[in-house]
Design a protein around this ligand. Structure first.
Ligand code: NAP
Length: 352
């Protein structure tokens, strides 16, 4: 599609940037066009400052590059962007999001909350965002953030948030990365229910545990499982869980035994998976009661392992895919941090 003066508008979903396979949309594409010297009138051009890489992706890159440290992660990010035109980890399939400054707003766009020069965080995955990188600077493993110089574009359907004035950028970016989690937990949890959170000491895990506590109230039960001792201690200190179990979510029988011990023998109504490793599906399934529900926020979740695993152990549970988007998710998550000073302080210490 072209405008009256002959400039190209581009497709609202970004199909005009897909190189291969033809006919796919950018997230599913193997490669997208990241030549940003030419932009389309439906696109928002961003001067990128920071990449917030998805936790599962960052961990996979750290493990794959062994002793190389952060240099190995930088090398893989550069290779991925050069090969695919986007930071779409070929192993985990996940991306992340970015922080940058609006450089150009296409003439065919309407209703943008941002103006040229505003700093924004993208709320759609890097796995579909055309990106070109000039250089990579500091890497912060605790938050999976990389300072970079580069450019990216958002399509007409690409969501973003203008950076809030009352949060440091890094903190806001970290929280917005997992913005979909809290509103989804709020939807599925209600007063008096019991909730299990796997990976509960991590970024999304803490947010889910806090949201669950708020929804189930004092009569409900919230149990967290976390393998990293310092994060388990942080979670205990917040006081939002009835029990924090230091354990490995990849060991379903051990997790089930520990959770039942914490709940007086009752399986939970709701489970949420927030781990950054593969293989936690069965722990969630084995701990959830008949006709209960599991929210798989983790990008490491395997449809096959979850579906066939539940069938294999005879569990009739509802399983929800962790859609990264829910209406009002950015505002919901920032409001949670404003309401919970202890959580905000913890996040500032870790990611700020
Ligand atoms: P995070 O901060 O790294 O939290 C993950 C937590 O799980 C960490 O505390 C981690 O400990 C812990 N963990 C690792 N292995 C475990 C095990 N075997 N048993 C129990 N706990 C374990 O990650 P995040 O940013 O919250 O992201 C969590 C997941 O959500 C990732 O899979 C990410 O890809 C996904 N995600 C999904 C969306 C979406 O839209 N659905 C958006 C963003 C992120 P360590 O510190 O030792 O690793």
């Amino acid at each position: 599609m072209v405008t009256h003066d002959g400039t190209a508008v581009g497709d609202a979903f970004g199909a005009h940037r897909v190189v291969e396979p033809v006919g796919s949309l950018p997230q599913a594409a193997w490669r997208v066009d990241n030549d940003l010297s030419r932009t389309f009138e439906s696109e928002l051009l961003i001067d990128v400052e920071t990449l917030n890489v998805d936790a599962a992706s960052f961990r996979q890159m750290e493990e794959a590059t062994g002793g190389e440290g952060t240099a190995g992660v930088v090398r893989l990010v550069r290779e991925t962007v050069a090969t695919r035109g986007k930071q779409h980890n070929p192993v985990t399939g996940s991306g992340g999001m970015l922080l940058g400054r609006v450089a150009r707003i296409g003439s065919a766009r309407t209703g943008d909350a941002a103006q040229v020069g505003d700093r924004i965080a993208t709320l759609v995955s890097l796995s579909l965002t055309p990106l070109c990188l000039e250089s990579v600077g500091a890497v912060r493993p605790a938050s999976a953030q990389l300072d970079v110089r580069g450019q990216a574009v958002l399509f007409a359907t690409g969501l973003y948030a203008v950076m809030p004035a009352d949060f440091p950028d890094r903190l806001a970016l970290a929280a917005l990365d997992v913005a979909g989690a809290a509103p989804q937990v709020a939807r599925i949890c209600s007063e008096g229910q019991s909730v299990l959170v796997l990976g509960a000491g991590g970024k999304s895990g803490v947010i889910c545990a806090v949201e669950a506590r708020r929804r189930v109230g004092p009569r409900g039960v919230v149990v967290g499982v976390e393998s990293y001792a310092p994060y388990a201690a942080d979670l205990r200190a917040l006081g939002v869980c009835d029990a924090v179990i230091e354990g490995d979510a990849r060991d379903p029988l051990a997790v089930r035994a520990a959770v039942l011990a914490a709940t007086g023998g009752r399986e939970v109504d709701r489970a949420v998976s927030c781990v950054n490793v593969e293989g936690a599906e069965l722990a969630a399934i084995l701990c959830t009661r008949d006709r209960g529900a599991i929210y798989f926020f983790s990008m490491t979740t395997s449809f096959t392992r979850a579906a066939l695993g539940a069938e294999g152990v005879g569990r009739d549970v509802d399983m929800l895919v962790g859609n990264g988007f829910a209406h009002g998710h950015a505002e919901h998550t920032l409001a949670l941090l404003r309401r919970e000073p202890a959580v905000r302080a913890l996040f500032e210490r870790r990611y700020g």
